[in-house]
Design a protein around this ligand. Sequence first.
Ligand code: J9Q
Length: 203
Amino acid sequence: MMGRAQEAGALLLQIHDLRAWTHDRHHVVDDAPFGGGQGMVMKPEPLFAAVESLRTDASMVVLMTPQGRRFDQVLAREFSTAPHVIIICGHYEGIDHRVIEHLVDAEISIGDYVLTNGAIAAVVFVDAIVRLQPGVLGHEQSAADDSFSSSGLLEAPQYTRPAEFRGWKVPEVLLSGHHAEIAAWRQREAQRRTRENRPDLLS
Ligand code: J9Q
């Protein structure tokens, strides 16, 4: 999909190695935490130098972090209109807080689990935003997105041929051709599924 987006001219993706903005022999980008403790903390100087050399007046600077705001489709829509996004993705341990206070526009988490590497989270973030760019997806996009964002419910179950597989039958109503009954069934199933799997979406 990234390839398609780049061919369509909807995306220019550049990856930068923070070590390019160090000046010491070993290209050090982290250091021990003040006050003691486990792990290492990303130093401010290379991050400020990198972002200040890459940013434009229209850039949004995003930090992928488990301490961030939870990423969702509303945020994906918002970021999809940004002309330029700079994503900072470090390893989990941490980042000098002055970067968050004075360089970063948004701290984003993709969910409540711990990854070894923020680049994994960045791939998820980029994919969700790029697929919303005009010309990246065809018709396969909007329908499902729109029904999710307007109903706020999960999708109803789907089936395809065969109508019976290992003795398990497709719900009769879907074979009936009664469009109003099918729509009503899907609505009930979407509500049931949302209540069972994602009660948080209903409250
Ligand atoms: C950078 N676990 O986790 C969930 N959303 C983002 C992250 C994350 C992580 C480690 C490093 C981001």
